[in-house]
Design a binder for this molecule. Structure first.
Ligand SMILES: *Cc1c(COP(=O)(O)O)cnc(C)c1O
Length: 464
């Protein structure tokens, strides 16, 4: 037992070679602050317990503080869940071309709002527009920050203080707090609900015209299915009613595929081109769901309506940034060049042949020297194709405390996110990028061995 006077001073500690290294890595002010904080901690503990930490213990405390202060919380992870568009794991990974495009405009200046021909101010809105027109046949297009913002902008610009017709079966909650009725309220539009929860008829749409609505909205039931005694008119039928009344029909597709998902043994997810062809005046969808690009909200449709959206002050508040526009344009180019299935990661994952998944899972089993390869199911996720699955092969690991191994996997760097199935830990190769396999196997090996060395879980769980 010593006295507080025995504690080293900040200046003394700063002379330590280890601390000199921290100054290079973290900068002097932060290092000094961490050392002060560690010394304060030591004084508090001394007051409580009478124990005085030694030099090394103080440095160790300071190092821990520095790491806590500087480690990013937004980290890349390995997604071994088999959920392709995992909303909590950042939805769509970008293609290499999209990444390079974002990088090239990020690290320097760009033509974001500069017209090279005329040598003066241009518009950021042109960058993805021509590509979207070519891909979907739309007259015009607008890109905003995300699809929730698309819906908010459309309703605010076109229907504020006026009525919007929507079927009760479409008053959906997408997750993350996005509820169609609440976004409508936020926009200042008045909800004109029609039909019953399970059924809505064309005559309901016709009757609602009495209320002189500003527009008709259709929202895709992205994350649930309605089955049983249900019915809903075709979009083309609603479009006819809307056209005759002279009011716009807006289709919120949510995911909005540009490729036909039914080609991959999945149900058919509505496609942006189809909605336009069926007569929707505006169609909106996300950039980072089945499009496989960066977070964005994409609005396509009639030029006159898009022009009104572009002019609205809210458009400025929710505009897409240069990184998004660069990555989105590169992603759209993959579709234009008919290489989406090969170049866009989520389509590569969705299109992965079952045999190649079996080979990868078997190779993992061999490398780990344990586990069983089983037929299982992957899902698309991300608010698309609810209830639909893709057959896959899983590596199933029989462990004593699967929840503990899940936690150990999460604590690897990069963290590995796996799932449990019938009390077994399973890893799905579909969503693990090939370049992550090495880290996946290394991390899994460590997690499994720390699990086995603490069979009762007491010491092992302390490490968590
Ligand atoms: C996902 C979704 C949204 C929100 O899109 P974000 O890009 O996540 O903002 C809106 N509407 C529907 C129908 C959706 O599925």
């Amino acid at each position: 037992m010593g006295s507080l006077r025995d504690l080293p001073s900040v200046d003394q500690l700063l002379q330590d070679v280890q601390v000199q290294g921290w100054i290079l890595a973290y900068g002097r002010p932060l290092t000094v602050e961490a050392i002060r904080s560690a010394l304060n901690e030591a004084r508090t503990r001394f007051a409580q317990t009478g124990d005085l930490p030694n030099w090394d213990a103080i440095l160790q405390e300071a190092q821990g503080i520095l790491e806590r202060w500087t480690t990013p919380t937004l980290l890349p992870v390995i997604n071994a869940t088999g959920v392709v568009l995992h909303t909590n794991l950042g939805r769509a990974p970008l293609s290499r071309a999209a990444l390079l495009a974002a990088q090239s405009v990020a690290t320097g200046y760009s033509t974001l709002e500069y017209d090279l021909e005329r040598g003066r101010r241009g518009s950021r809105l042109i960058h993805a527009e021509a590509l979207l027109q070519r891909l979907t046949g739309a007259e015009a297009a607008l890109v905003v920050n995300n699809n929730a913002a698309s819906v908010l902008l459309i309703l605010t610009a076109l229907a504020r203080r006026r009525g919007v017709v929507i079927a009760r079966s479409q008053l959906v909650e997408i997750g993350g707090g996005f509820r169609v009725p609440e976004v409508m309220k936020q926009s200042g539009a008045r909800l004109i609900e029609i039909g019953a929860t399970n059924r809505v008829h064309l005559s309901d749409y016709e009757a609602a015209l009495e209320e002189k609505p500003a527009l008709i909205l259709r929202a895709h039931r992205s994350n649930f299915r309605l089955i049983g005694f249900t019915s809903e008119p075709e979009l083309s039928e609603i479009a006819l009613v809307a056209r005759q009344a002279g009011i716009p029909l807006v289709d919120d597709l949510g995911s909005g595929a540009l490729l036909d998902t039914s080609r991959f043994g999945l149900g058919h997810e509505p496609m942006a081109q189809e909605s336009l062809a069926a007569g929707a005046d505006l169609v909106c969808f996300s950039g980072d769901k089945l499009l496989g690009g960066p977070q964005a909200g994409i609005i396509i449709g009639r030029a006159e309506l898009i022009a009104r959206l572009k002019k609205h002050p809210l458009a400025r508040a929710i505009r897409a940034d240069k990184l998004c526009l660069a990555a989105l344009s590169a992603t759209l180019l993959h579709y234009i060049k008919n290489e989406a299935e090969r170049e866009i990661p989520i389509w590569r994952m969705i299109a992965a042949p079952l045999e190649s998944l079996r080979e990868r899972a078997s190779a993992w089993a061999a490398a780990l020297g344990q586990g069983e390869v089983l037929l299982g199911e992957s899902t698309v996720g991300g608010g698309s194709l609810p209830g639909e699955t893709l057959p896959t092969y899983l590596l199933a690991l029989q462990v004593k405390r699967p929840d503990q191994v899940l936690a150990l996997l999460r604590h690897q760097r990069p963290p590995i996110i796996a799932r449990l199935e019938e009390d077994r830990l399973v890893l799905d190769p579909r969503t693990v990028l090939p370049e992550q396999e090495h880290d996946l196997l290394a991390g899994t090996r460590i997690a499994l061995s720390s699990h086995f060395s603490y069979p009762n879980g007491s010491k092992g769980s302390r490490a968590l």
